[in-house]
Design a protein around this ligand. Structure first.
Ligand code: AMP
Length: 144
């Protein structure tokens, strides 16, 4: 059975960096850089998810509108239709969604509240661990 999202969160933690929708692109880029991350979740009232803003969106905005986009608000540049999952989602499900829909971040939501985020790096790390464990079992079986 594939690893559950809650298992990954229990190891990596549940802290998620967020910003409000009125933050400018320049400020959002600073948040990404200072936290050394590729995505921030945009939250509105009561910490509800209203969008996601990633390094890809920084490149798209500057590529399309040039330096003037630095003062635009994130609400105009983020993706508002956010794919999210619950803690009982599996790593295999997320791997499928990330590869078919071409994004690298999935916020985790429970009862309307943001409780974590899974990146493609977390998915890859978890899959490698699974494959290594499987290989060890097979080796032990063959040797045993
Ligand atoms: P990423 O590969 O995560 O940097 O994102 C690529 C594009 O997909 C960007 O325009 C993001 O705003 C968008 N995106 C990232 N994660 C999600 C998500 N979970 N749901 C919907 N769009 C997303």
């Amino acid at each position: 059975m594939s690893v559950l999202v809650k298992t990954i969160l229990s190891v990596k933690g549940r802290n998620v960096v967020t910003i409000g929708p009125n933050v400018t692109l320049a400020e959002a880029a600073k948040v990404l850089e200072e936290n050394r991350i590729g995505a921030v979740v945009v939250v509105g009232m009561e910490n509800r998810i209203v969008g996601i803003f990633t390094e890809r969106d920084v490149v798209t905005a500057i590529g399309r509108h040039g330096a003037e986009s630095l003062n635009k608000s994130v609400s105009a540049l983020m993706t508002a239709n956010v794919y999210r999952c619950g803690e009982d989602a599996t790593v295999d499900e997320l791997m499928e969604v990330m590869s078919t829909r071409r994004f690298r971040h999935v916020p985790v939501e429970e009862g309307g509240q943001l409780v974590g985020i899974i990146s493609i790096g977390d998915v890859v790390k978890s899959r490698i661990r699974e494959i290594e464990t499987e290989a060890e079992h097979i080796k032990a079986y063959i040797a045993g």
